[in-house]
Write a protein that binds this ligand. Sequence first.
Ligand code: SRM
Ligand code: SF4
Length: 566
Amino acid sequence: MSEEKQLTEVEHIKARSRHLRGTIEEGLRDQTTGALPADDTQLTKFHGFYQQDERDLREERRHQKLEPLYSFMLRARVPGGVITAQQWKAIDAIARELTGGGLRLTTRQTFQYHGILKRNIKPLIQGINQAMIDSIAACGDVNRNVLCNTNPVESALHKRIYEDAVALSKHLLPKTRAYHEIWLDEERIANHEEEQEPIYGDTYLPRKFKIAVAVPPHNDVDVNGNDLSFVAIIENGELKGYDVLAGGGMGNTHGDTRTYPQIAKNFGFIKPGDVLKVAEAVVTTQRDFGDRTDRKQARLKYTIDRLGTDVFKQHVEERSGVLFADAAPYEFTMHSDRYGWTENSDGTWNLTLFIEHGRIKDYEDGPQMLQGLLKMADLHGGDFRMTATQNLIVAQVEKSKKEAIEKLAREHGLLRTVSRLRENSMACVALPTCTLAMAEAERYLPDLITKLEDIVSRHGLADQPIVVRMTGCPNGCARPFLAEIAFVGKAPGKYNLYLGGDGKGTRLVKLYRENIGEEEILETLEPLIERYSKERQEGEGFGDFVVRAGIVPAVYDGRDFHQIHE
Ligand code: SRM
Ligand code: SF4
């Protein structure tokens, strides 16, 4: 007889939460602690924020017999990453007044505030809402911020596609009024029993859910790392429809082969008007078939691998009433942002700024990045666009203002010449705020890149754009498993080294060395880079080279990801 599996604790918390209300309001009023009750910290994610504590100070506080220094991280919902200049001024003011200072652009085209004290959460949420930004469903077991190709003003078609991304985000928002009641003091629902969640149901999804919309040849949103992606198929300047990819994701646990990153599979082509129906059908299929007994098996990628692609597709077709046509061909050739100026179809200009690991602040003895961006917001009538690689575009700049914007960017350390290696690097937040970090990422990768720059320069490869990504644990927040070289934290100062992504985000890396420190990382990589400089074929990227040379095998299915390749 098979053992009956129990629902996870998070499922019970959601079920008894009265549509995400829990006891959040009571917890906010409790002044004896800087924390919220444990159950509520699961629910606040659906409202866009996480409880954290300053990990650098944990030991010291423990010695002083003080509770950890609790604070909160809030993530906004900004589909496609577009923020007006007015909104930028508002989020800047809030960063200064109510947070630990500064902003952090994320790998999903939005921004986070860190270091918010409990008493400041409500004023902060009210502040961003006044600026017409919210944080509903930025985290939690629901559809998160929807990604969209980041230069959407380049042509009228990009605008049309961006509108689909915004519509997806809106359509899949939870319908509970909990956020409006708790944070915005709006009228309370008299009878919660009558409140409906038509798409999600009372216990929402088994796990987080992520959507991206891409415009080939640019795969800046990493379509293969999302639960669901729509890849625009454009012919003769007309949007014909989308290829629908599903079942991508990054998270896994070191050494646990039941968990793995996975590449999304292409289920076929649909018409533009069918996007919302298909997205809803994918979401409800995952709602009904996702594993609610084990959060490590609950993502859509495992549901699809368990059900099989044919059965999954049949469910989606039946629920949506949309039949998938054969997948239309498309090709990605680019993975990262186009830095510097690009011209839009309406004659305005976009300036893409490299923001190292998304961190924007005024440094005591360094660049005044916030100041610079605030001055730009004052000057320009366009908007800002956050990219899925933690960078920022000053968008729709009139030609007459180009020079002034560029000057401000240079004066405030926002426009500097960096190597191709650095430009293509990405690291997650990790320490000191991330509760799950096993090693440094954002605070360490810049130094490691400097050392790798020496190596690539020694071998004449300074101009080579190699995609390097680092995360502090295998959850994969900087999508390392789609990079060409990936470092994934195992313990303080120790990383697993993975190789072999294709530089376009369509192939997974393979584990090459386990649990190594900086010295061994450099000793391992130098001979490989030297071989690459001597043996590579015309136009061949580093990831493609290590696969062709047999240094690691090509991985297109996450189930082949784990074993180390000697
Ligand atoms: Fe992430 C959890 C930061 C993108 C996979 N992620 C976390 C938490 C909230 C830690 C926690 O649960 O306590 C991190 C907060 C750190 C901090 O102090 O800010 C965190 N994730 C981030 C961000 C800020 C990284 C960054 O450097 O930009 C990104 C915010 C995105 C956003 O705006 O929504 C971020 N996280 C991602 C991505 C990339 C993506 O979505 O394209 C992934 C991999 C894709 C995927 O989901 O498979 C990702 N984060 C995870 C996971 C593993 C999920 C899994 O399936 O196993 C966790 C842990 C979890 O959910 O249990 C996690
Ligand atoms: Fe934290 Fe791990 Fe995500 Fe990095 S990858 S932000 S360490 S959860």
